[in-house]
Design a protein. Structure first.
Length: 368
């Protein structure tokens, strides 16, 4: 099978391979195990990021296209003139391939979603890695993509993979998941919820993930006399402002920024933590929560995307409002109840440990 990927994920060309965002690469390496030929249609970038990794296979055909953006008047004009060439490249690639694999949401994903309409007879998988919640407020381009994908006349012979289970969906919408750990890592990770308690934040330090809110929640818990710590793993645009907040408020002994770390370091951090906190504005499948739950960390998160479903509507996690005092009130109400915390922790890991790499590979094989 000739398998062609259409994605907005920027790639860096290395020696005999290509690099891109590690979580995306790890997933695609699994898809590639079940196909003979691979073509990738994506933009190129000039510099490899610290979080980037490479594809396992070397015989990957790469077709570079220009990136497009509509965040300003200038970028919109440039993107408008780039679009015909990009659409032509997408059309050519879809014409040649046996299987079309589109990564959404994103500008390249939107163009590919439109072009695939011209190939109703080709088999397709479309991974919608964003928030599929029909009631969420999103940019019109996201809503337009979702409308195309769930329209079974426009998107034929396709499995559209979405995070979470949502009511009243078309037949081509398949609830899906992602995975980080193998069956061999499954165990009964019992936590000792006596004080002090350790929180962990894993993710990009960006406004969308609200890392500063996580810091402020820990700060307020400390002010209220709770013995808590926070370890932050990740980097991003907000790193400097978070460091300044920690320094200005004398929190350096309780809140530590570790930067980007490898998977083994993160896994050990989950094992040694009690709570995984992620008060995001929006999510697809929040891997940081699912990964923490795998090792018994109680997830503390805002109710966005499929998080409410992941946390069992509050039975296997703590659902908070994105406001410091309300969040602290919700968390403090549980900190003194060790038995209840243990029950939540056990439920969290029982749920997460269902979604192993082996199960993920088996589900992908079925799709192909």
């Amino acid at each position: 099978m000739h398998f062609t990927v259409f994605t907005h994920a920027e790639h860096f060309e290395g020696k005999n391979t290509y690099f891109s965002y590690s979580p995306y690469i790890r997933e695609m390496n699994i898809w590639f195990d079940f196909v003979n030929e691979v073509t990738i249609i994506a933009p190129l970038k000039n510099k490899k990021a610290a979080i980037d990794s490479s594809y396992d296979r070397k015989n990957v055909e790469f077709v570079p296209i220009k990136s497009i953006s509509f965040t300003s008047f200038q970028t919109s004009v440039v993107s408008f003139f780039r679009m015909p060439v990009i659409v032509l490249e997408i059309y050519r690639a879809m014409h040649k391939t046996d299987h079309i694999h589109i990564r959404c949401p994103g500008n390249i994903g939107l163009l590919a979603a439109l072009v695939q309409i011209l190939f109703p007879g080709k088999s397709k998988t479309i991974k919608y890695a964003g928030n599929w919640d029909p009631k969420s407020k999103q940019p019109w381009t996201y809503r337009f993509q979702k409308w195309i994908l769930r329209n079974e006349f426009l998107t034929q012979k396709a499995n559209v993979l979405v995070y979470g289970e949502w009511p009243s969906q078309s037949n081509n919408i398949i609830p899906f998941f992602t995975a980080s750990y193998s069956e061999s890592k499954r165990d009964n990770y019992l936590k000792d919820f006596s004080l002090p308690l350790k929180f962990i934040f894993v993710g990009t330090l960006s406004e969308g993930k609200r890392p500063l809110l996580a810091v402020q929640i820990i700060h307020k818990l400390l002010q209220d006399g709770c013995k808590v710590f926070l370890d932050i793993y990740g980097s991003g645009k907000m790193e400097e402002s978070i460091c300044k907040y920690v320094e200005d408020h004398g929190l350096g002994s309780n809140i530590i920024l570790h930067g980007n770390q490898n998977a083994q370091v993160i896994m050990n951090a989950y094992k040694n933590s009690h709570f995984s906190i992620l008060p995001s504005k929006s999510e697809g499948w929040p891997k940081a929560l699912a990964e923490g739950m795998f090792f018994g960390c109680i997830p503390v998160a805002t109710s966005v995307s499929c998080v409410f479903w992941m946390l069992g509507f509050g039975k296997r996690g703590i659902i908070i409002e994105p406001e410091v005092n309300l969040a602290v009130q919700k968390i403090k109400g549980l900190l003194s109840d060790e038995m209840k915390l243990n029950r939540i922790s056990v439920k969290a890991q029982q749920w997460s440990q269902v979604y192993t790499l082996e199960k993920f590979k088996a589900e992908i094989k079925k799709l192909l």
